[in-house]
Design a protein around this ligand. Structure first.
Ligand code: AMP
Length: 381
């Protein structure tokens, strides 16, 4: 069913205040919307660009209600918001995607059960709630395996690799005894993702497959389009459509895949919002993932997802500041390189501070350019 459009001049509320919200706010303000952001942080990446920054805990449901009363629609950029908060927001404004989508995707077991129910392939896994179930699951699935907390995990946080059965006890203790899932280790050929959007009228579009390289479990470099067989792209599209239709998603969602050696795909995880691997759409696509999120949640027609040129993105982590301020001018010497900084004050190691995007005549060239630009940031004095 189509909904009444929320038009420029209206106010969009964003739960969360990080870089995803910042880029969303840039897209929204460009199109004449007002933006309010809600999170526990002050002077946040999103707040710096929003019309209003509301600082309160997600558990403060009265504050969430007050925030929702002031906006025309609520969306989010951070998925670890408790279900109670999205329900409180929904008392006063439409929440898109629906809070139930968050509820499913913020918990690895609920997410895997959902994927299995709709016929989407995932890695072999078992639910774990004690050391005994962990030992039994390791005996069944074999090693190596990966133990992950069921809730609130991202960027490899809350996960530990089990190389041999004797490591069960230490692994279980390191996760603090929280409800968890054990996954068989996937010997993948590569990792790819698909960012997909679904409009309020049910239209589904995607930006093709993006190739992702991780370092220390954190996304490092993304390249688009990914070099894959047509059958792999078709499988990804089919899976992405199945997921957003089953979730009745209105908004943007990223499907992260393991690409196996035979060209087939397993879903690793879902994020019901724009994703780090889709940042390159900001500079390389006719419509970025952020503008598309805005169009979807406001009930507007979706824009073209065509890439204007092949592109690559490299993340800039706090580690780059180790020897002082990076050499921004050096990175910008290649004239297709775009710099994005998130306005975060404290460059801690591992913290996502910004990214570079480069466009190229081909994906490999774009990747080489962005890596060269990032290398040039480090002063050698
Ligand atoms: P996640 O937070 O679950 O996305 O995991 C972060 C990264 O860890 C993934 O992108 C993979 O590189 C790696 N990883 C996670 N789970 C597995 C698995 N079952 N097999 C192999 N590698 C994994």
């Amino acid at each position: 069913m189509s909904v009444r459009a929320i038009l420029p001049g209206a106010t969009v509320g964003v739960l969360g205040s990080g870089q995803l919200g910042r880029m969303f706010a840039i897209a929204a303000r460009r199109m004449g919307y007002r933006v309010h952001t809600f999170s526990p942080d002050r002077n946040s990446p999103t707040g710096q660009l929003a019309d209003r920054e509301i600082v309160a805990a997600y558990e403060d449901l009265d504050a969430v209600r007050a925030f929702a009363r002031e906006v025309d629609v609520v969306t989010f950029e951070f998925e670890n918001v408790a279900h109670a908060a999205t329900l409180a927001a929904a008392e006063h404004a439409p929440v898109r995607p629906d809070g139930l989508v968050l509820h499913t995707t913020q918990h690895r077991l609920r997410e895997k059960s959902f994927l299995t129910r709709v016929g989407v392939p995932v890695a072999r896994h078992r639910a774990i709630d004690s050391l005994a179930t962990l030992r039994a699951a390791v005996a069944e699935l074999g090693t190596p395996a990966v133990l992950k907390t069921a809730g609130w995990g991202y960027d490899g946080k809350g996960q530990v690799r089990i190389a041999a059965p004797e490591q069960c006890e230490a692994a279980w203790q390191s996760l603090g005894g929280a409800e968890a899932v054990l996954e068989a280790f996937v010997d993948f050929a590569g990792e790819v993702s698909m960012v997909v959007a679904r409009g309020s009228d049910g239209t589904v579009v995607d930006w093709g497959l993006i190739a992702n390289e991780h370092r220390d479990h954190i996304l490092d470099v993304s390249t688009a389009p990914a070099e894959v067989a047509p059958a792999t792209l078709a499988q990804a599209r089919d899976i992405a459509r199945t997921i957003v239709e089953a979730l009745e998603l209105v908004g943007v969602l990223c499907v992260e895949f393991f690409a196996l050696h035979d060209g087939s795909l397993l879903v690793n995880e879902l994020a019901p919002r724009p994703h780090n691997s889709g940042h390159l759409t900001f500079d390389a696509a006719i419509t970025s993932q952020f503008e598309q999120q805005l169009r979807a949640v406001c009930g507007l027609p979706l824009g073209s997802t065509a890439l204007v040129r092949p592109a690559a993105m490299a993340n800039l982590l706090g580690d780059l500041w180790q020897h002082g301020e990076p050499d921004w001018a050096a990175a910008l010497r290649a004239d297709t390189v775009k710099l994005h900084l998130y306005g975060k004050g404290d460059p801690r190691p591992g913290r996502k501070m910004g990214h570079l995007t480069a466009l190229g005549d081909g994906a490999a060239q774009a990747r080489a350019t962005v890596l060269q630009a990032r290398a040039a940031l480090q002063r050698r004095d």
